[in-house]
Write a protein that binds this ligand. Structure first.
Ligand SMILES: Cc1cc2nc3c(=O)[nH]c(=O)nc-3n(C[C@H](O)[C@H](O)[C@H](O)COP(=O)(O)O)c2cc1C
Length: 168
């Protein structure tokens, strides 16, 4: 069994962060793939996953993730898997829907009985509402390349330190 980073990205921001996480975790990552290239069988073949999802169109899933949810997700079973989630969004442009799409991934993984690691504090962000907040924390790493790109590197490093032991 192996570990993969799987992400969707329409304008390249989530792809960039996926590559940063790969660089940070090094040999702990076996594969890095775009969600548009992945089937349910592929997803099921990993026992540990780092899933990257940006939010688009007022709280909606990024389009390739939307297609995956429609066509493949019912055949994915996260039971027994360890999953960390990272999300991209724009807290100034979409303060009522900041990072909402992360929640759909979180709900599917936990609904199957999978383990989600890597929750992240909301300190340092300004927004009105976010479905990605559960019990006071984001369900995974929160990145805002539109307004806080100068903080991305440090956030990625800190989060990777947090999740590392779950992926060893
Ligand atoms: C038309 C449009 C709608 C967006 N809607 C949201 C949204 O509802 N919530 C949010 O947090 N970010 C939203 N964003 C911001 C994107 O999530 C952000 O730019 C992200 O970095 C894009 O990642 P990608 O380049 O990997 O697709 C939106 C951006 C655009 C252009």
């Amino acid at each position: 069994m192996a570990t993969a980073i799987i992400y969707g990205s329409s304008t390249g921001n989530t792809e960039k962060v996926a590559e940063m996480i790969k660089d940070e975790l090094g040999d702990l990552i076996d594969d890095i793939k775009e969600i548009s290239e992945v089937s349910a069988d592929d997803m099921n073949s990993y026992d540990k996953l780092i899933l990257g999802i940006p939010t688009w169109n007022d709280g909606e899933l990024q389009e390739d993730w939307e297609t995956f949810f429609e066509d493949e997700m019912d055949d994915v079973n996260f039971s027994g898997k360890t999953v960390a989630i990272f999300g991209l969004g724009d807290q100034e442009g979409y303060p009522e829907f900041f990072l909402d799409a992360m929640r759909a991934v979180y709900d599917k993984v936990t609904g199957d009985g999978g383990k989600v690691v890597g929750s992240w504090p909301t300190d340092g962000y300004e927004f009105d509402t976010s479905k990605a907040v559960v019990d006071g924390n984001f369900v995974g790493l929160a990145i805002d390349e539109d307004n806080q790109d100068d903080m991305t590197e440090e956030r990625v490093e800190d989060w990777c330190d947090d999740i590392k032991e779950s992926f060893e």
